[in-house]
Design a protein around this ligand. Structure first.
Ligand code: ARG
Length: 467
């Protein structure tokens, strides 16, 4: 059957309209310039929907074959940039549907049976989020691998550990790297956990209330490798909590990357000079010829702002929306896409940059030897010789104050002087005051000793291989 299109409004939904859409409204409400990013998922969802309609007897085999062939042709055209996107057709869904009908005629007009753009877009978005989570998790794993390798290589390297950015206690560089590894493991787990809630199929919820056709939602869900169909049609078309959860997970990841970046910026500065980045990851200054700036980590530090901003945008878009679908939700796509592009670039950058980090071991060790980093070791030593910890703390405070006055390192104070502070100090104090002695002594699960670092590295490799 062919229907005469209203001359005034040629939209797919134009039947009840008497006037054409204003060009401003057309431009303002259109999302195709960005949601065309979803075309693969839109086509996958449509193919699953069409096959299901055939299974339940609503479409014929011939119609569905035509629909699938047509959609595959469209997929190819879009991939080869041979597809004419039209703002007039508003979004990715109507662009593809109308191209299909142009290609195959009446059968194309049947594709939308028992479906709405509301369940369609929610499905597309979930398929997109799922596939991006998988890519992001691979990138996190790549990044973690290079961290583990660096940790293994630098298991014995000592640098000052800081609290309040003041020298606190010596730590090994490998241990420091493995701290980043742990943070990224939690980020990985959070993305995996988010994936569970992403991986449910809204298809069949139609506009909001379900449909009168005898659909099989389990069948579409399985075809699209979802875990199950969403249990409530109103919820399925309206909530974007899975996008918000993804964004908040991404924001935490960026929090970690910003911290890592901050340390790299500090460590490459002349005042620390702990590490060097390869030239290929730095840029120069247009005026100061001596400069080699750590632009990549700085930019990653700055990109936290974009991701956190996008997260704020997404949660604000959702807040106070009445059930079910509202056009507000069209605003979810640009922030989501921007988060995805940003975090993938940042993770890629890190996976490339970390293996090229060169550690200036002498500088690190030299820095650790200043600032009385082994003062706690001396206090612990006194406790093991019978002092209470509070007394020991006081005694070592006096020793440090003496060393500052005399401009000495703890290791440079002669034994006969130390004994004046506490008679229980003996010859054996010399090893515990050294940096190596200090890190080696922290030899328990989670501690900084080289031995523990190597154990953590072994466990980390097993974990990564199991992914
Ligand atoms: N472009 C819309 C979006 O991104 C698709 C769904 C439109 N649905 C509607 N009833 N207008 O959310």
């Amino acid at each position: 059957m062919s229907v005469k299109k209203s001359l005034k409004n040629r939209k797919l939904w134009g039947g009840r309209f008497e006037e054409a859409t204003s060009p401003f409204v057309e431009r303002f409400t259109s999302s195709v310039s960005f949601d065309n990013n979803l075309f693969q998922y839109d086509i996958d969802g449509s193919i699953a929907h069409a096959k299901m309609l055939e299974k339940v007897g609503t479409l014929t085999e011939k119609e569905v074959t035509d629909i699938i062939d047509g959609l595959e042709e469209i997929r190819e055209e879009i991939t080869n940039q041979n597809f004419n996107w039209s703002t007039e057709l508003e979004d990715v869904h109507m662009n593809i549907e109308s191209a299909l009908t142009k290609k195959i005629g009446e059968a194309g007009k049947k594709l939308h049976t028992g479906r709405s753009r509301n369940d369609q877009v929610a499905t597309d978005l979930r398929l997109y989020a799922r596939s991006q989570i998988d890519e992001i998790c691979e990138l996190i794993t790549d990044f973690q691998r290079v961290i583990v390798n660096l940790a293994e290589k630098e298991a014995n390297t000592i640098l000052p550990g800081f609290t309040h950015l003041q020298t606190a206690q010596p730590v090994t560089f490998g241990h420091h790297m493995m701290a980043w590894f742990e943070m990224l493991s939690r980020d990985f787990d959070r993305f995996q956990d988010c994936r569970k809630r992403v991986n449910q199929s809204p298809l069949g919820s139609a506009a909001l209330a379900g449909t009168t056709f005898p659909i099989d939602r389990n069948y579409t869900s399985e075809m699209l490798s979802f875990d199950s169909p969403c249990a409530n049609s109103l919820d399925a078309v309206s909530d974007r909590d899975f996008v918000i959860e993804f964004a908040s997970t991404a924001t935490l990841l960026m929090t970690h990357l910003s911290r890592f970046s901050e340390e790299i910026v500090l460590w490459t500065s002349a005042h620390f000079d702990f590490i060097e980045l390869p030239d290929s990851f730095c840029t120069g200054s247009s005026i100061m010829p001596q400069k080699k700036n750590p632009d990549v980590p700085e930019l990653i530090r700055g990109k936290f702002g974009r991701v956190a901003g996008a997260h704020t945008a997404l949660i604000s878009i959702m807040k106070s929306q009445p059930l079910a679908y509202n056009k507000d939700n069209q605003e979810d796509k640009e922030p989501l896409f921007d988060i995805v592009d940003t975090i993938k670039d940042c993770l890629y950058a890190y996976a490339q940059m970390v293996p090229a980090i060169k550690c200036n071991r002498d500088n690190m060790e030299n820095a650790a030897s200043k600032g009385f980093a082994t003062a706690t070791d001396l206090a612990d030593y006194l406790v093991k010789k019978g002092a209470t910890f509070r007394d020991a703390h006081e005694i070592v405070g006096n020793v440090v104050s003496y060393a500052i006055r005399e401009n000495l390192l703890l290791t440079e104070i002669p034994l006969n002087k130390l004994v004046e502070f506490a008679s229980i100090i003996a010859e054996d104090v010399s090893t515990i005051l050294t940096l190596e002695g200090s890190v080696r002594a922290r030899n328990h699960f989670g501690g900084t000793s080289p031995e523990q670092v190597l154990k953590a590295v072994t466990n980390a490799k097993i974990l990564l291989d199991q992914r």
